[in-house]
Design a binder for this molecule. Structure first.
Ligand code: ADP
Ligand code: MG
Length: 304
């Protein structure tokens, strides 16, 4: 188990993280979410031992993870970290980058391993291409493959699919998280993308104002967001008194109700339209099968 006990950290005056505690069981996947600047990357760096903590301790099983004051080399053996800015060797090929830290003692096994990793990140066709010729998203995939090459016990991923386009993102996400679960690799992901979290994380923590404001399963927090920050992470939401926070898909058109709204705009979303309305001076969103006329009055009802 990874144990984070009462850690605090500041770069300058302002605390970035203040008395943070949480645990992650071996093999589990945890997401860290929060607005930009909330300290997600800093937290991952602290887990990796990049900086010395102001307070608190971090343990993996029985060993304490400590910062540069006590370690010549940053990053414990059992952990790999893929930073937001990945650093690869540009003048050698994709395969050579992925295999860079693998032993040359059994060349055939090494090649088989590289081939397996190329499959996980869907880069077979580019195996022999030099990294400097790759796009940002392709480089990100090489960085991911290199990080799992030696099967770490814990993998730290900072916005792992941020440079990867939608054509590839979904299948890559499926294939990577499936691989990590199969190999029982504990994974901690900092992300702003709900799709990284909902289907793939066992738990998620929400950072805000240097604190953890929620720590639960994605399913629980989706159904009980409790505040606007968490609701906005999952989707378009409304705050309708006295009902509170409800998602746009929880409101539907009806013939007559107490909620009379004025249609402002319809946005095409594929299998539905997101309708922006004005309800007593507040903007309220709901989902509908068809577009509606601007200026039309409609009645809304809550579903479930
Ligand atoms: P996130 O990853 O959630 O966007 P970060 O952990 O990168 O947030 O940053 C948290 C806060 O710490 C921000 O206010 C940021 O400006 C500050 N910060 C990040 N890195 C440094 C640094 N190397 N030196 C000083 N301040 C930093
Ligand atoms: Mg960050």
């Amino acid at each position: 188990m990874l144990q984070v006990k009462n850690i605090s950290f500041r770069y300058k005056k302002q605390a970035v993280l203040n008395d943070i505690s949480f645990n992650v069981k071996a093999g589990e996947h945890l997401s860290i979410i929060g607005e930009s600047g909330s300290g997600k990357s800093t937290l991952l760096k602290l887990l990796y031992g990049t900086y010395d903590l102001d307070k608190g301790q971090i343990f993996w099983k029985d060993s304490e993870i400590s910062g540069p004051k006590r370690n010549l080399i940053i990053g414990p053996e059992f952990m790999k970290y893929v930073a937001q800015e990945f650093d690869l060797m540009p003048f050698i090929s994709v395969s050579e980058n992925i295999g860079a830290f693998l032993s040359n003692f059994y060349p055939e096994e090494k090649q088989a391993r590289i081939s397996e990793l190329l499959d996980v990140v869907e880069l077979k066709p580019l195996a022999k291409t030099k990294v400097k010729e790759l796009s940002g998203g392709q480089k990100q995939r090489v960085a991911l493959a290199r990080a799992i090459a030696k099967q770490p016990e814990i993998l730290l991923l900072d916005e792992p699919f941020s440079h990867i386009d939608n054509f590839k993102k979904r299948s890559l996400r499926r294939s990577l998280f499936k691989y990590l679960k199969e190999k029982n690799i504990t994974c901690i992901v900092a992300t702003h993308d709900k799709d990284d979290v909902l289907s793939y994380s066992d738990t998620m923590i929400v950072l805000h104002d240097a604190k953890i404001i929620a720590n639960d399963t994605p399913e629980y927090l989706y159904n009980n967001p409790g505040n606007k920050l968490i609701a906005s992470f999952f989707g378009e939401y409304n705050n309708i008194k006295p009902r509170g926070i409800i998602y746009a898909h929880q409101l539907k058109l009806t013939n007559k109700s107490d909620l009379k709204a004025l249609v402002k705009q319809s946005y095409y979303k594929g299998h539905y339209y997101l309708i922006e309305t004005d309800l007593n001076g507040e903007t309220v969103f709901f989902e509908n099968d068809t577009a509606l006329k601007n200026g039309e009055h409609v009645f809304l009802n809550f579903i479930k």
